[in-house]
Design a protein around this ligand. Sequence first.
Ligand SMILES: Cc1ncc(COP(=O)(O)O)c(C=O)c1O
Length: 379
Amino acid sequence: MIPILNLTRQYELLKTQINDALIRVAASGHYILGPEVKAFEAEMAQYLGVKHVIGCANGTDALFLALKALRIGDGDEVITTPFSYMATSESIARAGAKPVFIDIEPDTMNFDVSLLEAALTPNTKAILPVHIFGQAANMDEVKRFAQAHKLAIIEDCAQAIGSEFKGQKVGTIGEIGCFSFFPSKNLGCLGDGGMCTTNDDDLAERLRMLRVHGSRQRYYHEESGLNSRLDEIQAAVLRVKLKHIDEWNHARQAVASRYDELLKPLAEWVKTPYRHSDGQHVFHQYTLQLQGPDAAKLRADVQQKLQAAGIQSMIYYPVPLYRQQTHADLNLNPQDYPLCEDLSDRVFSLPMFPEMTAEEQQQVADALAQVLKTVPVPV
Ligand SMILES: Cc1ncc(COP(=O)(O)O)c(C=O)c1O
């Protein structure tokens, strides 16, 4: 069986350092917001080239904390993508604001910045780009539009740590960057973890205050916040792993290039991931688009046959955010998002992790070729 990802290989490679880190924290008697978190925040700030890093409990909280820090809430609107994980728009709604979705681009599958203008209202307060699958959204245009209309930018970088747009790391371009250290992410901890990043001193202070119940001074609470802290254990593990993130992202890029080559003979059936020339795609996912009018039906069949051949695949994301029941109150019309509708029917992701071997990739490509060659070439 070739799984969509294999986390134990990475642990095996760093076993001694990770185990030492776990024992160090256990023996220290300091488990929450202590020296490991402080050191991790400093090391991460240096890696990203950003002034402040604020660890928190997970990527979902990072988004919520960012919105709260920017005082976005009731009556406000935030423009974002409908092609993302639920946490993106859920956080906007949780803050009391309204997610306003714009359709996506067919190639990068990031939101289409040419649609920002049409989504703008007097209530718009922020833009929330998601760097989907590890490739940056068009941040030049996001920045230009935000400046012109005095909007804040919150970057959802959960899938894109280390990715760049025109030489600048994602998470350092907007007002606040939000990251997840969920185990499957390019930089994952041994449980839940997340962080916010910012170059703004006041926002950094607000984020630090909001993550501990809205308190700057113990037992004095100026506004309601969260209990959302990064554990010492997770910070200690992340310090070990951070040293390897560039090497792992390069390995992911090599895996992606090898897939591109192997899948060339299948070009009539599947479109391989597009890379725009302005950035660094860090391949959190390697996502294919099935071609042809019957892609949705074909996809279920392909997945099943791949599974039978021992290859796991996943669909990110089968249900766009405007179709989620939790957003039913927004009364959105799927026909307003034709590209997202279309792509959510065609995408599927292949196994992708830095330690994947060339032999394993060959097996994936062979299995996919076998499956696809049993179906007619799409017209
Ligand atoms: C795009 C995106 N945003 C936000 C999140 C939320 O992160 P977490 O699972 O750490 O809460 C995730 C990952 O799960 C994600 O993929």
